[in-house]
Write a protein that binds this ligand. Structure first.
Ligand SMILES: [Fe+2]
Length: 236
């Protein structure tokens, strides 16, 4: 069972939704590509998180972080974005700062306290060769490991992104090539099981409802005291 218990205290409220909508609108005005990519990455991340059996709270957090994962690119000039990935060393350094920039934009907002690390770490790699901090393995938050896989996949299959070149099967091969180096093996396995062409992707609402039902059913089998606690956490 995977768990990110520290995120269970996250206060997911209307204010969070308002801020997300505003930032997504900014992203949309900056670039259609970035906007559609954010939506798709969130869709994949939700499906994978649900497949891993994470709680409704955790899935909400990962969904928010996936939508916001590239908002730091708002601070990167179009002249750099438009020629990505063919950048000079200096331009690449500026591009890579988008993880920290996105985190800095939200770090003072308490309602995003469980999300900022996922944004900061979405380009970390399982083998410790990512950025910005070269975190390794399970030191990278699980949500960031999920977003990394979803981000990579969408980056190579989605025609709205600039690296469009692969079909689903080719992209899955690339994900498998990245197991143990770029990606967490467990997350890749869950991604392949959850994202199947022709199969409808779950919406956030259906995933959260299903997760709520699953937890409620599990709680029925528990002694009444711990069941009440479990449901209290879910409803919080
Ligand atoms: Fe990114």
């Amino acid at each position: 069972m995977f768990s990110i218990p520290q995120y269970l205290d996250f206060d997911y409220n209307d204010r969070t939704g308002e801020t997300c909508r505003f930032l997504l609108e900014m992203l949309h005005r900056k670039s259609d590509f970035l906007y559609l990519h954010a939506i798709q990455v969130a869709n994949y991340a939700i499906a994978v998180a649900a497949k891993l059996g994470l709680s409704a709270k955790e899935i909400s957090l990962i969904c928010t972080a996936a939508l916001m994962h590239d908002i730091g690119l708002l601070s990167v000039p179009n002249s750099i974005l438009n020629k990505y990935p063919y950048l000079s060393v200096r331009e690449m350094a500026q591009y890579k700062r988008h993880c920290i920039a996105g985190c800095s934009m939200l770090e003072n907002m308490e309602e995003f306290s469980g999300v900022v690390d996922l944004i900061k770490d979405h380009h970390e790699r399982w083998d410790g060769k990512g950025y910005p901090k070269r975190l390794k393995g399970v030191n990278i938050p699980l949500g960031a490991r999920i977003i990394a896989v979803a981000d990579y996949y969408d980056g190579i299959v989605n025609p709205c992104t600039r690296k469009w070149e692969k079909n689903h099967e080719q992209a899955v091969m690339q994900l498998m090539d990245g197991i143990g180096t770029r990606f967490d093996p467990v997350v890749v396995k869950a991604f392949i099981a959850a994202v199947v062409p022709g199969k409808a992707m779950p919406t956030p609402r259906t995933v959260l409802e299903a997760t709520g039902r699953r937890i409620a059913n599990a709680a029925k089998k528990m002694p009444s005291e711990s069941a009440a606690k479990t449901l209290a956490i879910v409803d919080k």
